[in-house]
Design a protein around this ligand. Structure first.
Ligand code: CP
Length: 322
């Protein structure tokens, strides 16, 4: 993707360099401490509306972004699945050219990641991926903020993701985790780790940050001494028809108290939610004392506010072009 000069987008975790990711997370912490202290959408941005387009359903993303945009002094325009003409009656490119005349930023939850790449290639306002089939980078900013809060930092910490390592969360944990200097372990059945291109990119980034990425099939080895244990649903949006097959494939990869006991004594449990108790995680873990999932969900607000403010600030040319 070659974006328009002077416009920054966030459609993949590595769209922020390690230093930039850290800057956004610092800002998120500051915004959490002072939620109404920064209103760039009321003062300084070219526009005050942020488009939130959903091709898939959502609870956390929708509420956290709508609340966050309001706290930034702007207004959120939520477009629910099936409401926009984009992709069936009108091209992504034509829709982008319309939206950039009306909004400060476009946030889009969709299926094929390629659609976000096409939008970001021509948009003069920041484009943010609020989940595609390949990545969920906004979730990872919230997760890293939570790890900072709970463990005092991310660098050198071991983060173990257990389950479907080939889904959007597996890819994003690999990329965002090493960007934050973490040692990321993905535990998944043979052939269900992140895509080869993601593994290569994560290992390149890890060389700069001192992090690492390991892909394992042995969940217990992966959990050993980990600081963070994380999982995700085995049946992501769009995979409902494969439910039976997926439950069988990932059945041995449930995060239980026995798995948590292998991790460091201070280890935390995270999940992007929604969670399916008795499948990817047992109820005693997600509802137990090591779980930080509600803080993690709240942190979507603060992390995305910081991201939007940062992207608007860095996209100086966007204001001049429109
Ligand atoms: N974690 C997450 O993206 O939640 P929603 O699907 O509810 O937005």
């Amino acid at each position: 993707m070659t974006p328009q000069p002077g416009v920054r987008h966030f459609i993949k975790d590595t769209d922020l360099s390690p230093a930039e990711q850290s800057e956004v997370l610092d800002r998120a912490a500051a915004m959490k401490a002072d939620p109404f202290g920064s209103t760039p959408l009321a003062h300084g941005a070219a526009r005050e509306t942020v488009a939130l387009i959903f091709d898939k359903s959502s609870t956390r993303t929708r509420f956290s972004l709508a609340a966050g945009v309001g706290e930034l002094g702007g207004q959120a325009l939520v477009v629910n699945p099936g409401e926009a003409q984009m992709g069936h009656k009108e091209s992504i490119e034509d829709t982008t050219k319309i939206l950039e005349r009306a909004v400060a930023a476009i946030v889009w939850r969709t299926y094929a990641h390629e659609g976000l790449e096409r939008m970001a290639a021509i948009s003069h306002v920041p484009v943010i991926n609020s989940l595609s089939d390949d990545f969920h980078p906004c979730q990872l900013l919230a997760d890293l903020l939570t790890i900072r809060e709970q463990l005092g930092g991310t660098e050198g910490r071991i983060m173990t993701y257990i389950g479907d390592g080939a889904n959007n969360m597996g890819n994003s944990y690999a990329l965002a985790g090493v960007t934050a200097g973490m040692h990321v372990r993905i535990a998944a059945p043979e052939g269900w780790g992140p895509a080869a291109a993601v593994v290569d990119e994560a290992r390149r980034v890890a060389q700069q940050t001192g992090g690492s990425l390991e892909v394992l099939t042995d969940m217990r080895a992966a959990a050993s001494d980990a600081d963070v244990i994380v999982t995700d649903t085995w049946v992501s949006m769009g995979q409902e028809a494969e439910k039976e097959e997926r439950v069988e494939r990932f059945g041995a990869y449930q995060v239980t108290e026995e798995v948590m006991a292998l991790a460091a004594p201070h280890a935390i449990f995270m999940h992007c939610l929604p969670a399916y108790r008795g499948f990817e995680v047992s109820a005693d873990v997600i509802d137990g004392p090591q779980s930080v999932v509600w803080d993690e969900a709240e942190n979507r607000i603060h992390a995305q506010k910081a991201l939007i403010a940062w992207l608007l600030e860095k996209s100086t040319m966007a204001k001049e072009t429109l």
